[in-house]
Design a protein around this ligand. Structure first.
Ligand code: NAG
Ligand code: NAG
Ligand code: NAG
Ligand code: NAG
Ligand code: NAG
Ligand code: NAG
Length: 676
């Protein structure tokens, strides 16, 4: 071949390349994201080991070091990274003592309140002494009275006036246990991990098995709100306005009596003094017996620096639309499950997206990685950030995807605002179950005891709360495994994870696949994969539950049903409209409606008497923060009406039903894009 024909051939080849070439579709990259060659369980394990080497409570030097590690990991995955720090109020224990006088003639027993270092962890010495975050300082004494799980019903008919309540963990938020005890007249509370709930029934415990050792203590916060208690509603930036300690105490979210978390072993001694002998059986008489408890807790309150680490991949076509992934970093001690399994998953996703970018992928929308601080105290890092960025998020956030305890065992679980239900299920169908090679995550989930049920986000359990409840951002939270026995104890460490939580780190890999795929589809698809038919269906169920309660007193639930029916119709309209969408601007206009429909469920006045909570469908129940309910405002009003029993109060129930109905109607109008 002559030289000229060679160059002609080259020219033709180049020309046809440019004419025929089209960049790969997002789907190609999404498949690549899930491929085995992209996942890396060894680096997940290594990252988790590094993050959990030392205890890293919020405000500590070790947690600042962990932040630096996350920052450098983000940077090496090509994220544009920055720190956002806040000055927030945290508490640490200064003095703790618990004394039991079993009877008038016995010598008092002093409990050591120490967890035994059963696993020979070289940094066990650095674990903060067991305490309750934001517990009230004080010295109290009184007869010990057993109050089971400390729920409202557990105090019914129980005289705890002047007593020190002994309650067990496991059914409600510990802050609500303390609040309920105070309302019932108790002077102080000790909360323990009962062997029946956390001990597995046998004698073996960690490190021989996954169960909580007898000296193990579940620590945790007893504050009933969220965000820095001294800056309610605004961000804790340097030099900002702050409430006084007295004002914080009056806010209604601070505990009003002292409390301490204790071990199963210590609780057994105390319970014996109440009933003489604790049988292995399930019935614990309640006392008071002869035992007197003297409880002393002195905490120090400090204004500490906390650090959120933020990493960004800018969107190619819609940089001002945000898909946000978040997880907290701070831990009560080593935090292998809670929260750093989530951090390891986040870093794995960042690493895979870096590989995708090297293959030419660019997200349509901006993806933001957030590693929060001080979640354990009161979801502080995320809440301050949401408060500081409220308007930016309200106008730009597409969705917030959370992982906290990402892996504690087998079995996928999810919670979400309902327009994301279908997307989560589809993502779970694309990923193989790490515990069963013959089926997908979805198949195992559907076949499990929770049979594919998706929880909701009305509680204050993790960092999604501010996004959903303050701003109305669609959100999801996912995990493998449910509650686990060493939760919030010093035994939640790397050894526990490696032996029991995820021996091959393949559950972490699968978590990164499902969560990452959800994020990718939200970031890349031209029309947002939101399904509001699921939302309407879910609301209909809640409305039917309300109707079943047969409230009487002339309460009419029909406005609610009518508004939900409208939403259903509007949502179906979107499905048809979606098919015919042509052009980026048209898609953008539709997407704005899909994004803003969730915002329409918020109300600027918020829940009655709890105005920070703007969402009228998802918010915490007043006396149980773990209890995720629909229509919290209606529930509160019913609670009040049942207590006060006047016509006026039933009128307020009707008012709350109207408020929710109006919000749902707003959502329909937004979806339809109708200007009335
Ligand atoms: C008092 O408590 C001690 C230690 O628990 C026990 O040995 C003793 O029998 C108790 N005495 C009475 C009168 O209950
Ligand atoms: C509470 O008790 C501790 C010792 O147990 C003591 O140091 C402290 O001063 C006491 N505080 C009050 C307010 O009595
Ligand atoms: C309830 O507690 C109060 C205060 O300790 C006490 O005076 C009263 O006798 C107790 N009542 C019962 C029934 O135990
Ligand atoms: C427990 O506190 C009470 C009331 O302050 C006090 O009378 C008693 O001596 C204390 N008991 C012990 C063992 O310190
Ligand atoms: C895996 O799933 C199949 C059903 O597809 C089931 O028959 C089998 O028992 C499962 N295996 C394990 C180890 O759970
Ligand atoms: C990663 O997974 C492979 C295959 O399941 C396994 O052999 C290996 O031990 C795992 N690595 C770690 C660090 O667990």
């Amino acid at each position: 071949m002559s030289k000229s024909t060679t160059s002609l051939a080259f020219l033709l080849a180049a020309l046809s390349y440019f004419l025929l070439y089209s960049p790969p579709k997002p789907h190609y990259y999404h498949t690549l994201f899930l491929s085995a060659s992209f996942s890396d369980n060894a680096s997940i394990a290594l990252n988790l080991r590094t993050l959990t080497r030392r205890p890293h409570i919020a405000g500590s030097v070790a947690n600042a070091e962990a932040a630096a590690f996350v920052r450098s990991a983000f940077t090496s995955s090509s994220l544009k990274t920055h720190l956002v720090s806040y000055q927030v109020s945290l508490t640490y224990p200064l003095h703790r003592s618990l004394l039991l006088t079993p009877n008038a003639s016995a010598t008092p027993i002093t409990f050591t309140l120490e967890q035994e270092d059963v696993g020979d962890n070289p940094y066990a010495e650095e674990v903060t002494p067991t305490f309750h975050g934001y517990a009230k300082s004080g010295n109290v004494s009184g007869p010990a009275v057993y109050a089971n799980y400390g729920r409202v019903q557990d105090f019914a008919g129980l005289n705890v006036s002047g007593a020190v309540v002994v309650a067990r963990y496991g059914k409600i938020y510990r802050g609500d246990i303390v609040r309920n005890a105070h309302r019932a007249g108790a002077l102080g509370v000790v909360v323990y991990t009962d062997k029946r709930d956390y001990g597995g029934g046998g004698d073996e415990c960690f490190p021989a098995s996954k169960w909580m050792p007898p000296s193990g203590v579940q620590v945790g916060s007893v504050y009933n709100g969220l965000g820095d208690p001294t800056t309610p509603g605004w961000a804790s930036v340097e030099g900002c306005e702050r409430l006084s300690e007295e004002a914080v105490e009056l806010s209604g979210d601070s505990p009003l009596i002292p409390s301490l978390p204790i071990s199963a072993a210590d609780a057994e001694v105390i319970l014996k003094s109440i009933v003489g002998d604790v049988a292995d059986g399930d019935v614990y008489p309640v006392g008071p017996g002869q035992g007197i408890l003297n409880l002393s807790y002195i905490g120090e309150t400090v204004i500490a620096r906390i650090e959120n680490v933020i990493g960004v991949i800018e969107g190619e076509e819609e940089p001002d639309r945000y898909v946000i992934l978040g997880n907290h970093r701070d831990a009560w001690s080593f935090g292998a499950v809670d929260p750093n399994s989530g951090t390891a998953v986040l870093l794995e996703i960042a690493q895979r997206l870096d590989k995708l970018q090297r293959r030419g992928w660019k997200p349509r929308r901006t993806i933001i990685f957030c590693n929060w601080d001080a979640e354990e105290y009161a979801l502080i890092g995320s809440t301050e950030w949401v408060e500081e960025n409220r308007e930016m998020l309200a106008s730009r956030a597409v969705a917030y995807l959370n992982v906290d305890c990402a892996v504690s065992g087998p079995g996928f679980r999810a919670s979400a605002t309902p327009q994301l239900d279908e997307l989560i299920k589809q993502a779970a169908q694309e990923v193989q179950d790490p515990d069963n090679t013959t089926q997908t995550v979805y198949d195992s989930w559907i076949g499990s005891s929770n049979s594919g049920v998706i929880g909701r986000l009305g509680d204050l359990t993790s960092d999604y709360a501010s996004f959903v409840q303050h701003v109305g951002v669609p959100a999801a939270d996912m995990r493998f495994g449910g509650g686990y026995p060493v939760y919030h104890s010093m035994y939640d460490d790397f050894t526990w994870m490696e032996k029991f939580g995820d021996p091959m780190f393949q559950r972490h890999v699968a978590m990164a696949s499902v969560l990452g795929l959800v994020a990718l589809r939200l970031a890349d698809e031209e029309v947002l994969p939101f399904n509001y038919v699921s939302y309407a269906t879910e609301l209909m169920k809640s409305a039917e539950d309300l109707e079943k309660d047969n409230l009487g007193h002339g309460i009419d639930v029909s406005p609610l049903f009518k508004s939900i029916q409208d939403l259903y119709t509007s949502a179906q309209g979107i499905h048809i409209e979606k098919e015919g969408i042509k052009g980026a601007l048209k898609a953008r206009e539709l997407n704005d409606r899909l994004m803003m429909a969730e915002r329409a469920l918020t109300d600027r006045d918020g829940l009655s008497g709890r105005t920070w909570y703007k969402h009228l469908v998802y918010g915490p129940a007043k006396y149980d923060e773990y209890g995720s309910e629909s229509f919290p405002g209606i529930d509160d009003a019913i609670d009040n009406a049942k207590r006060v029993k006047t016509k006026n109060y039933w009128g307020l129930v009707q008012h709350e039903i109207w408020r929710v109905s109006r919000a749902i109607t707003h959502a329909s109008l937004v979806l339809k894009g109708v200007l009335r």
